[in-house]
Design a protein around this ligand. Structure first.
Ligand code: UDP
Ligand code: MG
Length: 315
């Protein structure tokens, strides 16, 4: 069995050596035929230089450098499409995904699973983030058609056929959590304790998280649009009844000018609803716009094997 470990890295210059050492402790116990595929996601620090060093010292290390920062989703995709193992693991560079679990995870693959995901608890995390994550997953599972679980991140191992299934999905907007679930196959879960980042800082800001959340909702279903239809129906129905009432009232007791409050409430509620759903429709239209350009998910600047520029699209 050949094992590939894919590691997306963005500004991880201080973490790479430690990660490499830990992997080299652990991986030989799992298999001797392994490769570490590091993806430099357009880092602005010395990450790529570190990768070049590691690759020249250790034949197990390969790297792919992207032409700019494409985001973790694209970096993972780049790594997956370059990995050639029968079993592929995805792991963060900051050692928040303990490599020691790999042996156990791969053992489970041997029992007939195609994906094994490591689920962390949220110990030591900021209260607010843990709470909002929980609420988010609750809402997501109401909305989307695939099942997502809190704490299941990108740390997982997959068989070749699961990887190929993932690579065959050509969409431009990639919400991995959803894609992993969407491809299906038998999936096993193992739990582990949350670990703090070894060096550097998290790349998630509140705004990024919020955008990521919206991506998740919009890329996996059209229920928000359905909601617009239902709400539209209800509001229209109410409006009809009210119109009837107003007409009857005017016929019965003549015109009396007051009504400013009702008018304002009606106008502003409707205005707000219309803007909201215009926005939702816009989200979907925007996605169609991006998908229709059929741009590559990432551009490769350099790899350890062929230091030439090359572009690649997964189709
Ligand atoms: N990462 C990446 N591209 C990005 C942002 C992050 O490849 O644009 C990598 C990062 O180097 C790390 C992993 O994705 O290996 C997870 O990032 P981070 O630790 O910031 O996320 P968190 O663990 O806080 O969710
Ligand atoms: Mg991290």
């Amino acid at each position: 069995m050949r094992l590939s470990v894919v590691v997306p890295c963005f500004n991880e210059e201080n973490g790479l050596a430690g990660l490499h050492a830990r992997l080299n402790d652990v991986l030989p116990m799992v298999t001797h035929d392994f490769e570490i595929v590091m993806v430099d996601d357009g880092s602005s620090d010395q990450t790529l230089a570190r990768m070049r060093e590691l690759a020249s010292e250790d034949p197990h290390v390969r790297y792919v450098a992207l032409s700019r920062n494409f985001g973790k989703e694209s970096a993972m995709l780049a790594g997956l499409s370059h990995a050639d193992g029968d079993v592929v693991a995805i792991m963060d560079a900051d050692l928040q995904h303990p490599p020691e679990l790999l042996g156990q995870m791969i053992e489970l693959l041997g029992k007939g699973y195609d994906q094994v995901v490591a689920r962390r608890n949220r110990k030591g995390e900021k209260r607010l983030r843990a709470l909002s994550s929980k609420a988010y997953y609750k809402m997501m599972n109401r909305l989307v058609d695939v099942r997502l679980r809190d704490g299941e991140g990108d740390y997982r191992v997959m068989t070749r056929r699961a990887v190929n299934a993932l690579l065959s999905l050509g969409e431009y907007n990639r919400f991995s959590k959803g894609l992993f679930a969407w491809i299906g196959f038998d999936t096993a879960v193992i739990d582990y304790q949350n670990v703090q980042r070894c060096t550097g800082q998290t790349k998630w800001t509140f705004r990024k998280l919020l955008n990521y959340g919206i991506d998740g909702v919009v890329s996996f279903n059209n229920r928000p649009l359905r909601l617009a239809v239902y709400l539209g129906l209800i509001v229209t129905l109410l409006a009809f009844f009210y119109a009837g009432y107003v007409v009857v009232d005017v016929l019965a007791s003549g015109v009396d000018a007051p009504g400013y409050a009702t008018l304002m409430v009606g106008v502003s509620v409707l205005g707000g609803l219309q803007l909201l759903f215009l926005g939702i429709i816009g989200e979907y239209v925007g996605r169609i716009y991006y998908e229709s350009k059929r741009r590559p998910h990432f551009l490769v600047k350099e790899t350890s094997g062929t230091p030439h520029a090359a572009s690649l699209r997964v189709s």
